[in-house]
Write a protein of this length. Structure first.
Length: 276
């Protein structure tokens, strides 16, 4: 930028010397001539304003960079929240948009899941959840995780957690070991207090009295305190009722809307071309 001529706008005497503001014609190699303000103090040039158009471009570039950084931070925080849910890795990038609706039951389940998300405030207030039943690979876990992802996308302060029923039993049993600080009551209270608890593979367990007691305690506490729960099982309604017992199954039915996933597994078998 080249200085052509100048004009004094203001001059003030200070303890550091004479303060002057001069208006100078400058030439920007990109945008041509413009008027710049120079700040002089004690006969020395201290500051000069840049070309207004260059300034606007710099502000626009900064805004783009800040927006990019903001989105990166949001993505980082979102990924951290997803990781905290403990949902399986394969479902962390899936959602409603990737759920395949081939059978009537899958279409009905999809509609119910979207309705659950839409009515989350009522579900949360009343402690109402879902009961997904059906064979392996029919989309139960996919849809449950899609619900978790969608709720976290819509609500900043929703903290769902995913556990296989075997993981819950292992966590409670770990409190029986010598030297463990957390006791059984505290562990049961932890699972009972989770805002939205997703329990997978209900029915895989042995069905022992100890396991029934643990599961009943958690579900009973959640029903009493209005904490929504999503339960998933490969069993049908009758088989699940036999495994859990009439008392526990009745508690589940009172709060969880059932949905039966029919049809064959949607999982594709692995083939050798995966290595090519």
């Amino acid at each position: 930028m080249n200085n052509t001529d100048s004009k004094n706008l203001k001059a003030v005497n200070t303890i550091l010397g004479k303060l002057e503001i001069r208006q100078v014609k400058m030439n920007c190699i990109l945008h041509g001539e413009y008027l710049a303000n120079q700040v002089w103090l004690g006969g020395k040039l201290k500051e000069i304003s840049e070309c207004p158009k260059c300034h606007e471009e710099h502000l626009a570039e900064r805004a783009i960079d800040e927006e990019k950084a903001r989105k990166q931070e949001e993505a980082k925080n979102r990924q951290a929240r997803i990781k905290e849910t403990r949902m399986p890795l394969e479902y962390q990038t899936k959602g409603f948009s990737t759920f395949i609706q081939e059978t009537d039951s899958q279409k009905a389940a999809f509609k119910l899941a979207r309705r659950f998300v839409k009515g989350w405030e009522k579900a949360k207030a009343g402690g109402y959840g879902l009961l997904f039943l059906g064979g392996c690979g029919t989309g139960k876990t996919h849809l449950a995780c899609a619900i978790m992802l969608e709720l976290m996308e819509r609500y900043l302060f929703v903290y769902p957690r995913y556990y296989k029923v075997s993981e819950i039993f292992s966590a409670v049993r770990s409190t029986y070991q010598t030297g463990v600080i957390t006791n059984e009551e505290e562990m049961l209270k932890f699972f009972s207090s989770i805002q939205l608890l997703v329990i997978d593979e209900v029915g895989i367990q042995k069905g022992s009295e100890a396991e029934k007691r643990i599961l009943f305690s958690i579900l009973d506490n959640r029903v009493t305190s209005n904490k929504p729960t999503i339960l998933m099982s490969n069993l049908g309604p009758k088989a699940l009722a036999e495994l859990l017992g009439d008392r526990l199954y009745d508690r589940v039915r009172s709060k969880c809307v059932p949905m039966l996933f029919a049809g064959p597994s949607m999982r594709k078998p692995a083939t050798a071309d995966l290595f090519d």
